[in-house]
Design a protein around this ligand. Structure first.
Ligand SMILES: [Zn+2]
Length: 406
């Protein structure tokens, strides 16, 4: 799956119509969650049926019918994906929060999703027209991407994304990217640290990018400005937009950096082992600096997995347990506090703490591989999985990602 993103240029009336479409998508999703909570929806098909009930009920919800019928389905799917994910987490007995589906509130960052109808590209592919009853009309597409490269039939979905700095169209293109890679005879375990972005088992360290601190200062400043503005005032609105734009540019830069680094790591390794830190890093982040660094890490991880598939390099995530405490040679647990930077073991091993951890991570990954290879993983909810992937891929759509394979 490739994602191309282009900015939509249209007048304010057109944009308001897109807003209405986005609102309707959210309405369908929330209504289905509501019906599920009330016990009226048991499966995906019920969700589809319910979206039809909403659109047929023209007297009560006249706006639902205006949204293209396949787009209505797409939003029913979104609702079901979040329900299914919750069920899945319960089944897997994940500790802590299970991700109970929540109602979506209004947010600037939101989207409406069309499938293969409800839109039309112009002959030159520089304009897109939305053809459902919201009548948003024709928009100029701005961006450096060339849609000529693909068949229209390869475009599975078109998503309209609203951001703080405007409206974008994302084209989800059915295309598997594969690249050749020579064997490097190198395997790496990566340990994420507070002092470095990561340390690998060869002792190589990658520093945290400098812009993390600069970005932190910038966002803090804008946050302070926002909190000083009177609630409901025009100035507050402006300040919020400025903060939103700052977050956008920060996340774009971070994404770009993480993407390049991940590609380099994948290209130079035959196997990459990491700790499964995603869940932990998402919660309990009160400190801004840490949350920015964590966001960089989770982006990096997303890209590792993406490029892993592109280049055919396994990326193995292991459960974090004692990776920093245990000795990578004899396996004995050597207690150390966060400030202890060196691992010193009775067996004679003296090693940088993070490097020791990285070796443990690589070893755990190889062990995991040796016990799982050959077993087929059963997956009964194949379709919903795919849809979920499309949702998650959304967060990392950037220009770089959209680069077509040559
Ligand atoms: Zn030891």
């Amino acid at each position: 799956m490739l994602i191309y993103e282009m900015k939509l240029k249209g007048n304010s009336d057109q944009l308001r119509r897109l807003d209405a479409a986005i609102r309707t998508g959210r309405f369908i999703r929330n209504s289905i969650i509501r019906a599920w909570i009330d016990g009226n929806i048991k499966g995906r098909n019920d969700a589809y049926k319910y979206s039809k009930i909403l659109s047929d009920n023209n007297s009560q919800f006249p706006w639902v019918n205006k949204l293209n019928s396949m787009a209505r389905q797409a939003h029913a799917e979104r609702a079901w994906v979040s329900i299914a994910r919750f069920y899945d987490n319960c089944k897997k007995k994940i500790k802590g929060k299970k991700g109970f589906p929540r109602f979506k509130k209004y947010q600037v960052r939101a989207s409406v999703e069309y499938k293969t109808s409800g839109w039309k590209l112009s002959e030159c592919r520089k304009y897109i027209t939305f053809t459902d009853k919201f009548n948003a009309g024709t928009f100029r597409l701005w961006g450096s991407r060339d849609l000529h490269y693909y068949q229209i039939s390869q475009i599975n979905r078109v998503r309209v994304v609203r951001r703080h700095d405007g409206y974008y169209a994302q084209f989800l293109i059915n295309h598997t990217r594969e690249e050749k890679k020579e064997l490097s005879n190198k395997q790496s375990g990566l340990d994420v640290g507070l002092n470095h972005f990561y340390t690998d088992n060869h002792g190589e360290k990658v520093e945290n990018p400098r812009f993390l601190r600069r970005d932190e200062k910038r966002i803090k400043k804008l946050q302070r400005r926002l909190s000083r503005c009177e609630k409901g005032s025009q100035n507050r609105k402006k300040a919020r937009n400025r903060l939103g734009r700052a977050h956008l540019s920060v996340s774009r830069r971070r994404n770009d950096w993480a993407c390049k680094l991940a590609q380099r790591v994948i290209q130079t390794n035959d196997l990459v082992a990491i700790e499964n830190l995603r869940v932990r890093s998402m919660i309990k982040n009160h400190k801004l600096a840490k949350s920015i660094a964590d966001a960089a890490w989770s982006k990096f991880r997303d890209w590792l997995e993406y490029f892993g598939k592109v280049y055919g390099v396994p990326v193995v995530a292991i459960e974090p347990a004692y990776t920093s405490q245990n000795c990578s040679v004899c396996g004995i647990k050597v207690q150390k506090s966060l400030s202890t930077r060196t691992h010193i073991c009775e067996c004679g091993l003296i090693l940088d703490r993070d490097e020791n951890a990285a070796i443990n991570i690589l070893q755990a990954a190889l062990k995991k591989l040796s016990t799982t290879v050959g077993q087929t993983e059963s997956n009964d909810s194949g379709e919903s999985d795919l849809c979920y992937q499309q949702e998650t891929v959304d967060s990392k759509s950037s220009r770089r990602k959209s680069k077509p394979s040559q």
